[in-house]
Design a protein. Structure first.
Ligand code: GLU
Ligand code: ZN
Length: 301
């Protein structure tokens, strides 16, 4: 059987290729700055490329104009990217091709179970629709999960163990409401862009297992993963676009940038606070130490 990954990308990559992949559901807040900065610094400190991918496949959750605001903010913070920005909304044909191939290889099936049904049956989907031969209408598409990922090693957090019931689940790759699932799009595009290292926030630590399952299924080599701590409020909430964490300031980026460096365990000298963004970023690239990033999933601000 030919691997589906060959139809997604034919380019072998030896150089480091990283990415930041924001969803345009809101403006960048301090937590997203931390994730963007870490992935940028890890790429630049390794002479790597760094790409931006706008994950705009969930129209109902989008904030109009957020994509260009996010790009403006990244620019203001000196996080300059390579090549042109990839928009997931432009990738539908590729996602459909992958779905089609999975279907042809018997690696997916249509499912009409509702969330309430699954919850009633214990919360984990156990393959109810696998042999029911539903059609696409009013169905989600689930992956036949033949590569359970119970454990993986994260470059910052170390060994991560995944609940075996969760890692065995035939998870959704195309939603009942007609949208592509995040898991599918993120993996197809990481293959498409030849990403070799993924540095992002710990909110995506658990979903990594599903992504590793998909890489195996598609026959592609998975990138290395590094998950940086999440910023949480003193009430224990993670900063997120959904709970409307305040946007970071584009006009006075120095303080948030220094704060983000410290959050990531780096030790910027005090005089740096009065320097230009370019100087701060130069210092950060040449002094970047990923081993200083706290091995914690959350840090209170
Ligand atoms: N688009 C996702 C988010 O904003 C991140 C995807 C990823 O880094 O893998 O939460
Ligand atoms: Zn079902």
């Amino acid at each position: 059987m030919t691997s589906i990954a060959n139809t997604i990308s034919k380019r072998p990559h030896t150089q480091y290729r990283g990415r930041f992949a924001p969803s345009p559901s809101g403006l960048l807040h301090f937590g997203s700055l931390v994730a963007a900065l870490a992935s940028f610094l890890q790429a630049r400190a390794n002479d790597g490329k760094w790409f931006i991918r706008i994950e705009d496949i969930d129209k109902p959750r989008e904030m109009p104009g957020a994509d260009s605001e996010i790009l403006k903010t990244l620019d203001a913070y000196g996080l300059h990217w390579d090549e042109s920005v990839l928009y997931q909304s432009q990738q539908s044909d590729l996602y459909w091709q992958v779905l089609e191939q999975l279907h042809q290889q018997g690696l997916s099936y249509y499912c009409q179970c509702t969330r309430a049904m699954i919850k009633k049956a214990g919360g984990i989907y156990t393959g109810h629709c696998k042999n029911l031969a539903h059609s696409l209408d009013n169905s989600a598409i689930r992956l036949v999960n033949e590569h359970h990922c119970n454990e993986f090693v994260d470059g910052i957090q170390g060994a991560v163990h995944v609940d075996p019931a969760l890692s065995a689940e035939d998870f959704i790759i195309h939603r009942r409401d007609g949208l592509f699932a995040y898991q599918l799009a993120v993996v197809v595009d990481d293959i498409y862009q030849g990403i070799t290292e993924v540095v992002r926030g710990c909110d995506l630590l658990e979903p990594t297992a599903r992504q590793l399952t998909l890489f195996k299924t598609l026959g592609a080599e998975a990138p290395k993963y590094m998950h940086v701590p999440l910023a949480i409020t003193d009430q224990g909430y993670k900063l997120s676009k959904q709970n409307s964490a305040p946007a970071i300031d584009n006009n006075n980026p120095q303080p948030a940038l220094i704060k983000a460096l410290k959050f990531l365990g780096q030790q910027p000298p005090q005089h740096l606070e009065n320097e230009s963004i370019e100087k701060i970023i130069d210092w950060a690239i040449s002094h970047w130490r990923i081993d200083l990033v706290p091995k914690k999933q959350e840090i209170m601000l």
